[in-house]
Design a protein around this ligand. Structure first.
Ligand code: PLP
Length: 289
């Protein structure tokens, strides 16, 4: 594979950045995870918008326009002849001195990696996932806002580690007040009496692009969908639960903290939304010529 680094395409084995990059030293930077389906980059504009918003929030000037970024992503896919890909865009503060002050960093590093997509096991979708709440709470929005997709994912990593230690694949994170937030790298939805609820992002969740599509799909399908805070109890007594994310799409959840959810198998509303979502991946996005 060829990796895009600051306008150049270099072989994977030579795709390196300096140890003085503040992204490496301090987690100072931002990223995006994007997916292409059959040469169609799903929601590319939305991902680029979020990338530039993350950058703005941390006072990082991406040294190219959103249009140029779009072209660079498309070219990376073309050069690698990838139709079904996972694309990682990284913009770090760049190389600088030791010390936190980003003013020593002259130029941000822009990196685009595109790889063949490694999809989750089919079993996740057919049988559903077991998940658990974990001790580490999600970052609070006025500290490092989870809406910023920053290179500082230690909060999410600790949460993921705790899920693994609990013997499950994914965690459900809680706010400091005990409201349900999201997964370690995905958003969460519950279904109760035919209505869908997802936590509002002001609680401290990433505004997932897949999440936004699901909200929109629900509107089109006439399924009531609200953004509202809820607790662990609401999760335990939900009829259905599913997680959403770019790589995962929608994954049904069948058990939380040893409580069986609904009938312990992927539910009808979840399945309906997955089917609708997969239709969208064919029609929505940016074609790679
Ligand atoms: N929450 C977090 C913390 C994430 O890192 C991600 C992945 O990007 C998501 C949710 C899902 O967002 P999206 O649907 O945009 O991939």
């Amino acid at each position: 594979y060829l990796v895009y680094i600051n306008g150049n395409f270099v072989p994977r084995s030579q795709a390196t950045v300096s140890v003085f990059d503040h992204g490496f030293l301090y987690g100072d930077g931002i990223f995006e995870g994007i997916r292409s389906y059959e040469g169609n980059v799903f929601c590319l504009r939305e991902h680029i918008k979020r990338l530039y918003e993350s950058a703005k929030s941390i006072l990082l000037d991406i040294p190219m326009t959103p249009k140029e970024m779009e072209e660079a992503i498309v070219e990376t896919l073309q050069r690698n002849s990838l139709a079904n890909a996972y694309i990682r865009v990284i913009v770090s503060r760049g190389n600088g001195d030791l010390g936190l002050d980003p003013r020593s960093c002259i130029h941000p590093n822009v990196i685009i990696i595109a790889e063949a997509l490694a999809i989750f096991p089919k079993e996740f979708y057919e049988k559903g996932l077991r998940i658990a709440t974990v001790p580490t709470r999600r970052n609070i929005p006025d500290a490092l806002n989870p809406k910023i997709k920053s290179l500082n994912y230690l909060n999410n990593i600790l949460i993921k580690l705790e899920a693994t230690q609990a013997g499950v694949f994914e965690a459900l994170t809680l706010t400091q007040d005990g409201y349900v937030c999201e997964g370690s790298g995905d958003n969460v939805f519950i279904v109760k009496n035919g209505k869908i609820i997802t936590p509002p992002t002001y609680l401290g969740a990433l505004e997932g692009i897949t999440r936004n599509i699901v909200i929109e799909l629900c509107e089109n399908l006439g399924i009531p969908c609200k953004e509202e805070p809820f607790t662990r109890h609401d999760v335990y007594v939900a009829d259905e639960i599913f997680l959403t994310g770019t790589a995962a799409e929608m994954i049904p959840v069948i058990e939380v903290d040893s409580r069986i959810i609904g009938e312990g198998k992927p539910g009808p509303v979840t399945k309906q939304i997955i089917t609708e979502f997969r239709k969208q991946t064919k029609v929505r996005g940016t074609k790679v010529p």
